[in-house]
Every structure is written in structure tokens, then in C-alpha cells.
Design a protein around this ligand. Structure first.
Ligand SMILES: NC(=O)c1ccc[n+]([C@@H]2O[C@H](COP(=O)([O-])OP(=O)(O)OC[C@H]3O[C@@H](n4cnc5c(N)ncnc54)[C@H](O)[C@@H]3O)[C@@H](O)[C@H]2O)c1
Length: 318
């Protein structure tokens, strides 16, 4: 068996599935100086991918491109095997459907040289269930990014029961080498860490809309003008540590814990009725106002670049 290349010797990355997330990965790897081979079965995939990379490029350029970074280093292949057979690492970002992921990961596994690690962008499935049909389950691992993967540093890495420990270590090492902030999890938890937290917040937001307690615009403002400002540098734990005054987290839990029993236990999942869907969509569109999705993407990227700069979290340190 050919030895796995060291994380810092990876030159070519294959991205399978080139939508919002796969395309974002393509843009990021190109900006870090890699050759990228992309495959996506949709007829319009290449055009969408090129638009996405072009949209991402100004922000990536502003943050600083790695030596040799060039959009021309991207090859879009018409066959899956052509993308993965020449790669040193594969990132799968196909739709979040378990059967599809199972089949696709088995196909990728069959077409990829057996020393190459295969990561999945899944937002919530465990690799144990996704790898069920693959022969090489030992080299399949979850590498869960955040949108847009070309600007948000975090990737959650977690293996399934068949994933080899050295594959988890290699993936974390490679992604750190390309400038990502990596959390390695020891256990498969649905939604991993960050999505589990985001889902809890979203559940409560939908409850409030369903009950007429808050509009989508109020929900967004309550985060962007409130706790969200702190979360870019202090997560919920350090935030509450400071909210406890000199007594810190211990005082916080002793003081507020008993009164939080009710909010912690009173709500179940909201039912996503057509009415609730309608209110959330209409309220969000109203909050977006005249701005198109493309306008909002540009605005988001510009502001994320500013935030990353202020926090000193620019990949490659430029
Ligand atoms: N959107 C997010 O915020 C986000 C964040 C983190 C992770 N993810 C995960 O990333 C993955 C992709 O999500 P997305 O938001 O980019 O979806 P998307 O719909 O934007 O893109 C999916 C792409 O996969 C392609 N595709 C369809 N069938 C395929 C197949 N059999 N093989 C390969 N590609 C195929 C589609 O043509 C499309 O281009 C999902 O697993 C999702 O859970 C999404």
C-alpha cells in the first residue's frame, strides 16, 4: 500500500459535490494554493461553481492568497473517478440524504487510492452510518465545515466506529495546516457540537415566531446587536463566566440555575406547519428588504473579513 502523504505535502484536493459548501471548499483550497479537482453530477454545476469561486475570490484575496494560488488550478471533471483518483485528500459535500451519502461514499472509496483520506461535510450524520456500504471505512471521517467554508475557520472532525485513529489525526493535521480551526470529537453526536447548539437556538426562534412572540427581524437583531457581538471571541461558557461577576461561572450557576429550570424544560420541538413556514419565510424576506441573496453574501463576506482581521484569525497569518 502506498504511504499516506504528510499533511503538509498534500498538493491536490478533490471536492465531490460543488454546491454552497463544496464550492466554498473549492474556493478555500484554491486560495491556499492547492490544485482542486471537482465533480458534481448536475448539468449546471460547473457554471454554478465558477460563479461561487468568483464571488468568494475578492474576500479571499483581501485576506491574502497563498503563494501559487490561482483559480486556474481548478479542474472540473465529468467522471467521479477522474476527480478522486489523482487526489491526496477528498472532501465530499453532496446533499444531506443518508442513502445518497452511503452510496456516494462507497463509490468514492472504490475510486480513490487506498492511502487517501476521505472527509465528509455532513451537517449531522455520523460516519458509522454513512460508511455502512464502503469497504474502506477506516479512511472515512467527518470534516464538518461552516458556511461559508472559505471564511469561517471551524471544522469539526469526528470518526465513526470503523475510522482509524490515525485518519482522524491526519485530517485534523491537514485542515490545521490549511488554516482551519479544528475541533476533534471523540464521540459521534448528532449535529456534532456547533450545530447542536445552533439547532437549539433555531428551535426556540421558530417557537417564538409560531406563538407570535417575535418576528424574524427581531430574532436576528436580538443576536446581532446582543449576544452575537460577544460570541465572536467569547463563547457561551466564557460569556456566562463574566456574567457571574467576580464569582464567575460558579456564582452564575448557583444564582441563575434554579430559575432556568423552567426555560430549560418547558418547550418541545415546534411543529413546522405551513403557517409557520410562511411566517418565517415572509418575515425573513421582509428583514432582507431590497437586498438580494447575492447582496447579502457580499455583505457577509466583507464583514467576516473585517471580523477575522480584528480577531487575528486570518489563514496563513497575513
Ligand atoms: N449549507 C450549509 O450551511 C452547510 C454547512 C455545513 C455543512 N453542510 C453540508 O454540506 C453538504 C452539502 O450541502 P450544501 O448546502 O452545499 O448543498 P447544495 O444543495 O448547495 O449542494 C449540493 C450539491 O451536491 C450535488 N449533488 C447532487 N447529487 C450528488 C451526488 N450523487 N454526488 C455528488 N454531488 C451531488 C448537487 O448538484 C449540488 O451541487 C451537506 O452534507 C450539508 O449537510 C451544509
Amino acid at each position: 500500500m502506498t504511504a499516506r502523504v504528510a499533511p503538509e505535502q498534500v498538493r491536490t484536493v478533490a471536492c465531490v459535490g460543488a454546491g454552497v459548501i463544496g464550492g466554498g471548499w473549492v474556493a478555500y483550497f484554491l486560495a491556499r494554493g492547492y490544485r482542486v479537482r471537482a465533480w458534481d453530477p448536475a448539468a449546471d454545476a460547473e457554471a454554478r461553481l465558477r460563479t461561487l469561486v468568483d464571488t468568494a475570490w475578492p474576500a479571499l484575496t483581501e485576506l491574502g492568497l497563498a503563494p501559487g494560488a490561482n483559480r486556474d488550478n481548478m479542474t472540473v471533471t465529468s467522471e467521479l473517478a477522474d476527480a478522486v483518483s489523482a487526489a491526496d485528500y477528498v472532501q465530499e459535500s453532496a446533499p444531506e440524504q443518508l442513502d445518497l451519502k452511503r452510496r456516494l461514499l462507497a463509490d468514492i472509496d472504490a475510486a480513490t487510492p487506498d492511502h487517501v483520506v476521505i472527509g465528509s461535510s455532513t451537517s449531522g450524520y455520523g460516519m458509522t452510518e454513512m460508511a455502512a456500504d464502503a469497504v474502506g471505512g477506516h479512511r472515512l471521517v467527518v470534516a464538518h465545515p461552516f458556511n461559508p467554508p472559505y471564511l469561517i475557520p471551524l471544522v469539526e472532525v469526528v470518526g465513526g466506529t470503523r475510522t482509524a485513529a490515525d485518519v482522524v489525526t491526519w485530517t485534523a493535521g491537514f485542515l490545521r495546516h490549511v488554516g482551519k480551526s479544528v475541533i476533534v470529537m471523540d464521540q459521534e453526536v448528532p449535529g456534532f457540537i456547533a450545530n447542536r447548539l445552533q439547532e437549539a437556538l433555531w428551535r426556540e426562534a421558530l417557537h417564538m415566531v409560531a406563538n407570535g412572540e417575535a418576528t424574524p427581524a427581531q430574532i436576528d437583531a436580538s443576536i446581532t446587536d446582543g449576544p452575537g457581538l460577544r460570541w465572536a471571541f467569547h463563547g457561551p461558557m466564557l460569556t456566562f463566566h463574566l456574567a457571574g461577576g467576580p464569582g464567575g461561572m460558579a456564582h452564575m450557576l448557583d444564582h441563575f440555575g434554579p430559575s432556568l429550570l423552567s426555560p430549560w424544560t418547558r418547550l418541545d420541538a415546534p411543529e413546522l406547519t405551513p403557517q409557520l413556514r410562511g411566517s418565517v419565510v415572509a418575515g425573513t424576506e421582509e428583514a432582507a428588504g431590497e437586498k438580494t441573496i447575492a447582496d447579502l453574501v457580499r455583505e457577509r463576506d466583507r464583514r467576516l473579513v473585517d471580523v477575522l482581521r480584528v480577531l487575528g484569525k486570518v489563514p496563513g497569518g497575513s
